[in-house]
Design a protein. Structure first.
Length: 333
């Protein structure tokens, strides 16, 4: 470990996905000083995937990249958002669908051996929840529930500044809380999970179903898809809503309905003092946040549900980098 790292230089946050590795240097106040990304090798060997990660890390380790952020190229530690399922205690990636080459792969151990700094690994939603608690929208709150709503739905729980992992490290799978046991089958195998009802995929599917059922109904959504119902995506629904499209509003309103039901269950289970939402779909739904908050008491037995703030996440697209860094932030000296 370099002397600068020992003195508490920046943390290196690493966000590993199926197609890219995003990296960034983050200071003790949660500011991303510098960032970059490299392609990920998902379908090769375990070693090739590891080399893709180390290549991204090394791109941040040169003096040219670091500039004045960390003289002599030292960083304090490395925090990694990795695809799950994984064991956050050991840093072992267990069996990620998007990275099949990393079955039972000791990622933290491998990175620690190469760089000789502390390394921590967790999933992206847990890490993002911690970043929002340490530095972002949930700063100053004790009982934080965070949801990232995008292609899927991931969640993280932070109590008194610490991620709640549960007994086996598998806690916080809020995206697979079912609100309709007769509902559609989710990718996890359960019926009626909030992910199958309110994620980006769900919004796109709902739009395609409605357009196919009412082909004569005019909608900006179909114009954006150049007339192809099969090409409709959630992003197009969001663009159409922003343009005042009635069908897009109807689709997003139905999404808000199921999200409010789900959040009511979360509030009754966890009694959080803040709710934070991030991700592309959450940004699309931000105009509905006040409505969700107003309606929430109708889905709760918690008599103080109306007092819980519902906030947009601070880090946006940089949540993985900040989240990785947040995993190591308690160790800064």
């Amino acid at each position: 470990m370099t002397e600068n790292a020992k003195r508490g230089g920046p943390i290196l946050g690493v966000d590993i996905g199926g197609t890219k590795v995003a990296v960034g240097l983050v200071d003790r106040d949660g500011k991303i000083l510098r960032q970059g990304r490299k392609p990920m090798v998902a379908n090769g060997t375990a070693e090739a995937a590891l080399q893709a990660v180390t290549g991204a890390i090394d791109s941040m380790s040169s003096s040219d990249e670091l500039g004045s952020a960390a003289p002599a190229g030292g960083f304090h530690s490395i925090g990694i958002c990795a695809p799950g399922p994984l064991d956050p205690k050991t840093g072992v990636v267990l069996n990620p669908p998007n990275l099949p080459c990393w079955r039972d792969f000791p990622l933290a151990e491998k990175i620690r051996a190469i760089y000789d700094v502390p390394v921590k690994v967790d999933n992206d939603a847990n890490a993002a929840a911690l970043a929002e608690t340490r530095w972002g929208a949930a700063r100053g709150f004790r009982y934080v529930f965070y949801a990232t709503i995008g292609t899927g739905i991931g969640t993280g729980i932070v109590f008194d500044g610490h991620i709640y992992h549960g007994n086996t490290g598998s806690a916080g799978e809020g995206g697979h809380v079912s609100i309709d046991y007769r509902g559609p089958v989710c990718s996890c195998g359960k019926r009626g999970c909030i992910e199958i009802l309110a994620s980006g995929r769900a919004i796109g599917a709902r739009a395609r179903t409605k357009l196919a059922a009412e082909p004569a109904r005019p909608s900006t959504i179909l114009e954006l898809a150049k007339g192809s119902v099969a090409a409709v995506t959630s992003e197009m629904v969001g663009q159409a809503y922003a343009a005042g499209d009635a069908l897009a509003r109807e689709i997003l309103q139905e999404t808000v309905d199921v999200l409010t039901h789900w959040l009511g269950n979360i509030v009754d289970l966890l009694d959080p003092d803040v709710l934070v939402m991030g991700g592309g779909v959450a940004a699309m739904l931000k105009p509905f946040f006040d409505e969700i908050k107003e309606r929430l008491p109708g889905w709760c037995v918690n008599p103080r549900a109306s007092e819980i703030p519902l906030l947009m996440a601070y880090y946006g697209a940089d949540a993985g980098i900040a989240g990785g860094a947040a995993l190591c932030s308690a160790d800064l000296t």
